[in-house]
Design a protein around this ligand. Structure first.
Ligand SMILES: Cc1cc2nc3c(=O)[nH]c(=O)nc-3n(C[C@H](O)[C@H](O)[C@H](O)COP(=O)(O)OP(=O)(O)OC[C@H]3O[C@@H](n4cnc5c(N)ncnc54)[C@H](O)[C@@H]3O)c2cc1C
Ligand code: SF4
Length: 333
């Protein structure tokens, strides 16, 4: 690990100032905020991240979980994944988020990992994490070792010829289904970014993963008030039952009117280059009766644009079955 400067601002303004001193992209990569450190420190040990300055944001007052004036929920960026997962309001009103968080990592990691850090966790593509291999995400323009290499864990939706890496988060799949908004403070003031606009597709610039700019501090994530009468659920399929990333996962929020779907939000994990909302699946569900045929049609729609690589073709059928199963589980009383 290289040496670096270390600072610990006590206000968000100071953190923004420290984070936005850079004027070039290269300088921007030299400053990193650290929250739980469970992504950043790992990547520094691997020489994937080599910041010259670390800005520790842990003393900022951003760890509260509070009811919003509109009846929604405000989750501070420094709220730990375990605190959010075990929060009584989250468990009662947004169970999909609690379930997603508890399916991720291990208890020790969840005690450290934060809401903001989880939003920005990096891909687990093995070539991204190994500096001996070419990787467009780590070093733009060097090539993608995964396209003709080991790609079993990687994405089938939203890929490009330059990168097929999966967004590995569970939390973020639930946040997409809940239509969360990311609250950011930066050089240009405060911004509210709907989560569906937060993540970028890899295209020809896979190194750029979100719309954040240098110095932007995520201050909180807000959830809209729950849809009255809706149920939500997270289902994660993986190689082993614990301490493993998703091969495919589904977050569903469903409201029924009698036997018909009145409201549906469907998001997928483990298969997309970003946490993946499927508007196609939602359209296939809305207004239709809940039965195996409707659920399978929704699943087919969700994966219709899938483009598997050499080793991950199995994910297409797996993700479809994951959606069908999650929908079935969420509609049994
Ligand atoms: C062994 C292992 C297994 C794991 N398994 C899973 C799993 O199954 N599912 C899953 O979803 N995740 C898993 N994870 C990932 C884990 O959830 C993330 O590492 C964690 O959520 C990151 O949060 P953090 O606070 O530690 O982030 P940090 O490492 O502190 O930061 C991550 C990034 O976010 C930036 N950042 C952090 N906070 C802010 C902020 N407020 N504003 C702006 N930038 C910020 C940092 O600069 C850094 O670039 C696993 C991790 C490990 C090490
Ligand atoms: S898939 Fe993306 S992260 Fe993996 S090697 Fe290719 S460019 Fe790098």
């Amino acid at each position: 690990m290289d040496t670096f400067q270390f600072s610990r601002p006590t206000t968000v303004d100071q953190a923004v100032q420290l984070g936005s001193r850079s004027s070039t992209a290269q300088q921007a990569a030299e400053v990193r905020f650290v929250a739980g450190g469970t992504t950043l420190i790992d990547l520094m040990k691997l020489n994937v991240e080599r910041p010259k300055q670390i800005v520790d944001i842990n003393v900022l007052p951003l760890d509260k979980i509070e009811t919003a004036p509109d009846g929604g929920l405000i989750i501070g960026a420094l709220a730990r994944n375990s605190d959010v997962a075990h929060n009584s309001t989250v468990q009662r009103v947004y169970p999909v988020l609690s379930q997603a968080l508890l399916s991720g990592a291990s208890p020790q990691l969840r005690n450290m990992a934060t809401t903001g850090g989880n939003l920005l966790q990096r891909t687990r593509c093995v070539y991204f994490r190994d500096t001996a291999h070419a990787c467009n995400k780590r070093e733009p323009g060097t090539g993608c070792s995964a396209i003709d290499g080991h790609n079993r864990m990687l994405a089938v939706l939203g890929t490009s010829k330059d990168c097929i890496a999966t967004n590995p988060s569970d939390q973020n799949v639930a946040l997409i289904a809940l239509e969360a908004t990311i609250q950011v403070q930066g050089k240009k003031g405060n911004r509210s970014i709907p989560i569906h606009e937060f993540y970028l597709l890899p295209g020809s610039t896979p190194n750029r993963e979100t719309v954040l700019e240098p110095g932007d501090v995520i201050v909180s994530v807000t959830l809209p008030p729950p849809v009255a009468g809706a149920k939500s659920l997270y289902l994660k399929l993986r190689d082993r039952a614990a301490y493993e990333f998703a091969l495919a996962s589904a977050a569903v929020v469903l409201k029924l009117n009698g036997n018909k779907v009145e409201y549906a939000r469907i998001a997928l994990g483990g298969v997309g280059t970003r946490p993946w909302r499927s508007l196609e699946a939602e359209r296939a569900l809305k207004g239709n009766s809940i039965n195996a045929t409707t659920f399978r049609r929704a699943a087919e729609e969700a994966l219709k644009d899938a483009r598997p690589a050499s080793e991950n073709g199995f994910k297409v059928e797996l993700a479809k079955r994951c959606i069908v199963r999650a929908l079935t589980m969420s509609t049994v009383a």
